[in-house]
Design a protein around this ligand. Structure first.
Ligand code: URA
Length: 241
């Protein structure tokens, strides 16, 4: 069966489709030794596809849920400063899977790892409005009036930000534990948003992305998503299998 070259590259975990078109335009992709064209169809069984001279083999798509512990960088490969990276946790997975978005070094919780470039792109794109749910422990007692103001949103230096939902779970001494949901993934969005209301984040933990829940997975552990979870996730971002 013939497939579009950009889809083949995304399915092989090279990059998302749009980025694949860019690679093709830049002349970095060859099919059977000839420069590829944007929009061309290939036969994955017969055609030889290369990116920057490297042969691309079709990969089995894999989908994982990872509970990122504190003090781990959301990146593959080594850190020049010797901090822990995802490499340490992915040793037993033969496919090259990528983190979908980033969690800060000190943020814990749900990180999706996959080699499905198309799905990854949609999980992150605000257009698909996939909610990401966080538990934040913040300094100070969040006043009901502040909570009301939070629900209306606020201007940050890179534009307006409004959570899909925010609620107090409980007060813990002088601190407050909140549940806050955003469907966008701007850098440090939760910390910057809460700081704008005078509440510094002490701990941040992500518990859910769309229909996928972290559940009781211990920190540092990784599990394969169930077929049902993958289907629900695809459905949530308008992808049918
Ligand atoms: N928002 C943040 O501020 N940090 C994260 O790690 C994720 C969302």
């Amino acid at each position: 069966m013939r497939v579009r070259l950009n889809k083949f590259l995304a399915d092989a975990g090279v990059c998302a489709r749009r980025k694949a078109d860019k690679l093709i335009e830049e002349g970095r992709v060859k099919v059977n030794g000839q420069p590829a064209r944007v929009g061309m169809l290939i036969d994955p069984e017969r055609d030889r596809v290369e990116v920057d001279g490297k042969l691309i083999k079709p990969q089995r798509k894999r989908y994982f849920v990872f509970n990122k512990p504190c003090c781990v960088l959301t990146q593959l490969g080594k850190d020049p400063r010797g901090r822990k990276t995802l490499d340490e946790f992915l040793k037993r997975i033969p496919e090259r899977v990528y983190p979908v978005g980033r969690l800060d070094y000190n943020t814990t919780g749900l990180l999706i790892l996959t080699n499905d470039g198309e799905l990854a792109q949609r999980i992150l794109h605000p257009r698909y409005k996939l909610p990401k749910v966080y538990i934040a422990l913040v300094e100070g007692r969040v006043h009901p009036k502040t909570l009301k103001a939070m629900k209306k949103g606020t201007e940050l230096e890179d534009g307006f930000a409004k959570p899909d939902d925010v609620r107090v779970i409980r007060y813990e001494g002088d601190d407050t534990r909140l549940e806050i949901t955003f469907h966008e993934g701007r850098k440090h969005i939760v910390k910057r948003f809460l700081a704008k209301f005078g509440h510094k984040v002490k701990e941040l933990h992500r518990i859910q992305i769309g229909p996928v829940k972290l559940g009781k997975l211990p920190p540092g552990k990784i599990r394969e998503m169930t077929k049902a979870e993958v289907n629900q996730l695809k459905h949530a971002v308008g992808l049918k299998d």
